[in-house]
Design a protein around this ligand. Sequence first.
Ligand SMILES: [Zn+2]
Ligand SMILES: [Zn+2]
Length: 380
Amino acid sequence: MSEDFYSALGVSRDAGEDEIKQAYRKKAAEYHPDVSDDPNADEKFKKVKKAKEVLLDDEKRRMYDQMGHERFAEAEKRGATDADRGAGGMGGMGGAGGMGGMNDIFEQFFGGGGSRSRSGPRQGSDLKTRLRIDLGDAYEGVTKQLTVTRPERCPDCDGAGHPPDADSRTCSACNGQGQRTTVRQTPLGRVQQTETCSQCGGEGTIHSETCSTCRGDGQVRNEATLQVEVPAGIREGQTLRMEREGAPGENGGPNGDLLVEIRIDDHELFERDGDDLRRRHPVSFPQAVFGDTVEVPTLDGTVEMDVPAGTQSGETFRLQGKGMPRLQRRGYGDMYVQVRIVTPEALNEEQREALEAFAEAGGEDIDVEQGFFEKLKQSF
Ligand SMILES: [Zn+2]
Ligand SMILES: [Zn+2]
């Protein structure tokens, strides 16, 4: 049995964050492979680094305390302590979008979990993955197929980790209790601490055979294809919770959930700003001078927009209700169309003459009236 993380760092089991960090710095300096003469320095350095990582992560520390060193190490090997890897190696998650009051389907990540009893039914861990959609999907809402590789209850032993007919005996390390209690004398009195038995993994029973399919884990990794309902109006970074589609529970506990973070591809015609859309729309110089009706694309077909006579380049017009649907509410945001006057790059003879005549008719310089710059500023 290898040394546990607390003794690797030389801290007590109730050590706080600062104590752990301090202990780590001391040990890391001692075992750093560049400075240490110890032949096992490399291994020891990795060990204290690992110990610090686990003990400073509240969720992992809780798991570690519950499972004990050996079981935690095993669980980590198959990715069960790290929900990101559990969901098919899709990489780390960014921050989730903040959403109030929609707890049933949206939830920010607070590490998941919740309180678990030690040897009773235990809920499986939540898994995380990502789903990429385009802006049109976000506008209309969409049902997408999502394939994830995730741990599932082993079908051959039904999660037990051993064949149903395997001989079993009571674990001698814990007398079948599944946990071991230690009592320490401290200046504040007796402190009792209960840990999951590392010999039997908390089951209280040792079996003569392990399941060959799952090697005793009770879990296998399988690819699953799921249907995800993405609601209209969803925003970049928001998370959908698929209940009971996460890692299997233990001892008859329910599965965890699968959290699907939504990523939305940029659109070539529109920029999203909350529930509003923004677009730059080109008009010609004569259109801006004389006014015109132009066709503007939206996510729901083309609409007509009036460009009034005398429109300046950069002026913005609002198309009410032509933005994104408001998630779980009525109505739509707006579309803001910023008009850009396009200067022609090549002119034919007739155009050149007309423009020269235009310039002559108005004098050499463009006559900028008072207030023009004010108006221009407001339009940005
Ligand atoms: Zn099995
Ligand atoms: Zn035991």
